[in-house]
Design a protein. Structure first.
Length: 117
């Protein structure tokens, strides 16, 4: 367990502060589903998606208009989700992110072409 995963069977996201607590007798074998624990800290799935969106946005360079920034952030979220759970269908990923199936399919193809998918 990490500093944010205390001995009282709870986990706290370092970015947003959401906490997960387990009932006595239901001790976790690791972090909650979708959470990550690593060098960058302990993060819930929502924050992991937002961190991926932010990384994609920062890679876009200066001078982008609002629409281009929004596209970059969406692209980062979708690619993160495809890499996180490649076995999920395009429809499942689209529904979880509130985007189109076509956007997920394009991201999956981009990742495959780049050797990441």
């Amino acid at each position: 367990m990490t500093a944010t995963a205390s001995r009282d069977r709870s986990w706290t996201c370092e970015r947003c502060g959401v906490a997960i607590r387990y009932l006595p007798g239901h001790e976790p074998s690791g972090p909650p589903t979708g959470w990550s624990v690593g060098d960058r800290g302990t993060h819930c799935l929502l924050c992991r998606r937002e961190l991926a969106a932010q990384a994609a946005f920062e890679g876009g360079g200066p001078g982008l208009d609002l629409a281009a920034r929004a596209k970059l952030r969406a692209k980062g979220r979708i690619e993160f989700e495809v890499e996180r759970a490649p076995a999920r269908t395009n429809g499942e990923i689209a529904k979880s992110l509130g985007c189109s199936v076509q956007a997920v399919l394009k991201a999956r193809r981009r990742l495959e072409d780049a050797g990441r998918g």
